[in-house]
Design a binder for this molecule. Structure first.
Ligand code: GDP
Ligand code: MG
Length: 821
């Protein structure tokens, strides 16, 4: 029977995992191996993915994936569980391999996601010295350096992984980090309440022959559960010293450091090199492959031969290419193939599965002696919470409410500090303006840099609040539940459940939304989500909508507004569908997602996380966004003179000297002349010329050159569209909106076929709205896409895709609209 057919709250035993390579690999590493019991908990709202409980943790799979797992009822399963458990083999190896006794200890933190690595790292580094982003790598990694007890410690917080196969970027990264940087000690952070799965990674570290100290984290929860656990016995068996830690409280970390020093100095009694005994057949094969590799010397002193052999037998492509330059690579390959064939026929399974099974048999065997959970079948606290939060009926409304709260606080409460910053930037600009003499430098600093940086800085409160919530949602474990709830709907469009939150965030500001895609593990899913976020209409576009809608649509104004947002969402989903069928056709995304235990995140973690993400945003202001803003400023600022400048200036001068008219009239006239001067200059500026240049392209949409310029000016940020229109359509600054509306209504074409006709008809207005919605996401977004996808390719793609789509959509709206009206 298939796992997907099992009823809720029934327990069954796994007999086989079907399906393609990477899925099977992933799922078996997560504990879905022959002989393990799985309990079906429930399915998500809207018949979404299933939740299962296996080896004492919860995981969600889609139905299509649960279809691939064959199970039988518990009573039908004949136990032969530990037939493979053979214990370990001691390896004779010189433990103190530090020829020169340096006092610098390089430490890598390795462990499952949510095992508490970052908490541990933050605690250790927080009270100590330097923490920095480890540059030059694509995956997020942090380094902290400090000196204590006469040693200098370099701590590296590596990304969380369940395993060290070449499944994800993180896994490859951790693996390469270990064999390229060769840390002196690997601290394996273990979630003590979930040892069975956590130890899987440990078995791979043992294969790599690295020196390990295990941090038995979450020890508080283990104690609370009153489980029987003989940690010293297990430590002895694995040859790894175990140090109980509660990293959220900083307990045990001192011991951990001391243990690291002991192991480093070779003084620890427990630390020893072992081989996990995988059983005679596998061991024979490993030995044969090992002998073949051994004929070459170069990399072997860095990477354990045993690890390489095991990986080759697991058909690991990365290790294969690592060895491909070996003179006897062909021989290695041949003998590996032979051995794979041998073990596969013997066990009638894929070799990767055989090795994973063997590892799990070992873990089960080792834990059998040392660990007992009498409360095994009781409901955990997390499950009780999930009875409500992911309830098939209640789950969705609760999720909506939480989302609403996040949204409300982020954008409503955030609006206050936003105003303050806005005013502050303005005041600062005025202040600087007062200090400086008129001229280009002043204009550059005040209107270019200060207002440009200000327009980015105003989003800072939003971003801080948003990331506060995201850290909370991630830290507590709710984020995975949100994905669980939304997956059914999102999957229809080829998206992942986790895409939902970033998309919603996009309504506020696309930039943090794109950063929020970091919670997604699969790169294809992430990039796809980033590419559709620009269709979520951000708050910067809202003022433009309001202006146009209130000017040209008397009735049903709110409906037009909602309609625009809806159009954006529809385009997002259509785009997702299209990209999924084309560019991301080969995106393989098994939905294997752990539903981690609910935990209260520490304040330190939340603040750290929040600040970390915000920093990314701030750093951008200093760089590319600012450059973009300055470029657009320059295009708008130059050239200064037109053929009318002289005439207008003279006119202003004459008016000022004229005593015949009263001062109010005079003031108004001068204002008018100044605006005319500005408008004339803007039209003649490079930006203006560019607007005129592209006017023929925009004409089929019913746009004139002024609208074209406004659109171009909106490239750095879409709010700028309005202020540019204000200048172009010559309105007084103070009565901006009312006046501008009126001016727009009266605006007539100056040239072309429609000369003398009104520019803005309702089809034009609609087409303009659609264009604003879809075209070029602001510079900030483009930069964010570039940074997060780590290539300009996707950023440029987004620019062209959105802009051409905007044109097509506006063209259709305009022409169809004209037919109707
Ligand atoms: P990472 O994914 O391995 O970096 O895990 P985190 O450091 O983000 O921790 C995941 C969650 O576990 C957070 O909510 C932490 O506050 C919590 N946590 C970390 N260590 C402990 C611990 O020792 N005891 C308890 N009860 N919670 C912890
Ligand atoms: Mg972490």
């Amino acid at each position: 029977m298939k796992l997907s057919e099992v009823k809720n709250s029934e327990t069954v035993v796994i007999t086989k995992v079907l399906g393609h390579g990477s899925f099977r690999k992933r799922i078996s590493e997560m504990g879905f191996v022959k002989g393990k019991e799985v309990k079906v908990i429930k399915s998500a709202p809207f018949n979404g993915p299933f939740e299962f409980k296996i080896i004492n943790y919860n995981i969600s799979l889609r139905k299509s994936e649960a279809d691939l797992i064959e199970v039988i009822p518990v009573q039908d399963f004949i136990k032969s569980e530990n037939e493979n458990y053979q214990g370990v083999i001691d390896r004779a190896i010189d433990l103190v391999n530090h020829s020169e006794r340096t006092k610098i200890i390089n430490i890598a933190l390795v462990g499952n996601p949510n095992s508490g690595k970052t908490t541990l790292f933050n605690f250790i580094s927080g009270s100590k010295e330097r923490v920095g982003n480890y540059s030059g790598v694509t995956v997020d990694i942090k380094k902290a350096t400090f000196t204590t007890k006469g040693y200098t410690f370099n701590f590296f917080d590596l990304p969380g992984t369940y395993s060290l196969t070449a499944y994800s970027k993180e896994e490859i990264f951790v693996r390469e980090f270990i064999y390229e940087q060769t840390p002196d000690i690997v601290i394996n952070v273990l979630d003590a309440t979930n040892l069975e799965r956590n130890l899987f990674l440990t078995t791979q570290l043992i294969d790599m022959d690295v020196r390990i100290v295990a941090a038995l984290n979450m020890y508080d929860e283990l104690e609370k559960k009153k489980l029987y656990f003989d940690k010293d016995e297990l430590a002895k068996l694995l040859g790894i010293p175990f140090v109980p830690t509660i990293s959220s409280k900083g307990i045990g970390l001192e011991n951990l450091i001391e243990k690291v020093i002991e192991v480093f100095e070779g003084k620890d009694k427990i630390s020893r090199h072992i081989h996990i005994n995988y059983g005679k057949d596998l061991e024979d094969s490993i030995r044969i492959v090992r002998e073949k590799i051994k004929e070459n010397q170069p990399i072997t002193d860095k990477i354990s031969l045993r690890f390489l052999s095991i990986k080759l037998l697991e058909k690991d492509g990365q290790v294969s290419s690592l060895l491909s330059h070996y003179p006897n690579f062909e021989e290695i390959k041949k003998s590996t193939q032979k051995e794979i064939h041998k073990i596969e026929t013997l066990e009638n399974e894929e070799s990767e599965t055989i090795i994973t099974n063997a590892k799990y048999s070992f873990i089960t065997g080792a834990l059998k002696e040392t660990f007992r959970n009498p409360h095994h079948s009781e409901k955990t606290r997390s499950e009780k919470i999930d009875n409500v939060l992911t309830h098939p009926v209640l789950g969705f409304p609760i999720f909506t409410a939480i989302l609403f709260l996040v949204f409300f606080v982020t954008f409503k409460v955030g609006a206050y500090p936003m105003d303050w910053i806005d005013m502050g930037v303005l005041a600062f600009g005025n202040f600087i303006s007062g200090l400086m003499a008129e001229g280009m430098l002043k204009d550059l600093i005040v209107n270019g840099i200060i207002s440009g940086a200000g327009s980015v800085l105003v989003f800072l409160p939003n971003i801080l609040i948003l990331f506060l919530f995201i850290s909370l949602l991630e830290g507590t474990g709710y984020m995975a539940r949100a994905a669980f709830i939304m997956d059914k709907i999102m999957h229809r469009f080829g998206l992942h459940g986790r895409s939902f939150i970033p998309m919603i965030m996009g309504f506020g500001c696309n930039v943090p939304a794109i950063l929020a895609t970091r919670s997604m593990r699969n790169k294809g899913d992430r990039i796809l989500t980033m590419l559709i976020i620009p269709f979520m209409s951000c708050s910067a576009r809202l003022p433009v909508y309001i202006l146009i809608i209130s000017a040209f649509f008397d009735k049903y104004q709110p409906l037009y507004l909602i309609g625009i947002y809806a159009v954006g969402i529809v385009f997002a989903f259509i785009t997702a569908q299209i990209l999924n069928k084309t560019l991301f056709k080969n995106k393989e995304t098994p939905f294997v997602m752990e539903l981690p235990t609910y935990r209260l995140p520490t304040l330190r973690n939340v603040l750290y996380h929040m600040w970390d993400k915000t920093q990314h945003y701030l750093r951008k202001i200093g760089t590319i966004i600012l450059i973009g803003v300055v470029i657009v400023w320059a295009l708008e600022y130059f050239p200064r003179e037109t053929k009318n400048t002289g005439v207008l200036k003279r006119e202003i001068q004459l008016t000022e000297q004229n005593t015949a008219i009263n001062s109010v009239e005079k003031g108004n006239y001068i204002l008018q002349l100044n605006t005319q001067l500005e408008s004339d200059r803007l039209t003649n500026s490079y930006l203006g010329r560019f607007g005129k240049l592209i006017e023929p392209v925009m004409r089929p949409l019913g746009f004139d050159w002024k609208m074209s310029i406004a659109l171009v000016a909106g490239l750095p940020a879409k709010e700028i569209v309005i202020s540019t229109m204000g200048v172009l359509y010559q309105t007084n600054e103070d009565e901006n909106s009312v006046n501008l509306q009126q001016k727009l209504k009266n605006e007539k074409f100056e040239t072309g076929k429609r000369q003398g006709q009104l520019v803005f008809t309702s089809p034009t207005a609609l087409a303009f709205l659609i264009f604003i919605l879809i075209y070029f996401p602001c510079i900030g977004v483009v930069v964010a896409i570039k940074n997060e996808s780590e290539s300009w390719k996707w950023a440029i793609f987004a620019v062209f895709y959105t802009t051409s789509l905007a044109w097509i959509a506006a063209f259709l709206v305009y022409n169809i609209g004209n037919l109707i009206v």
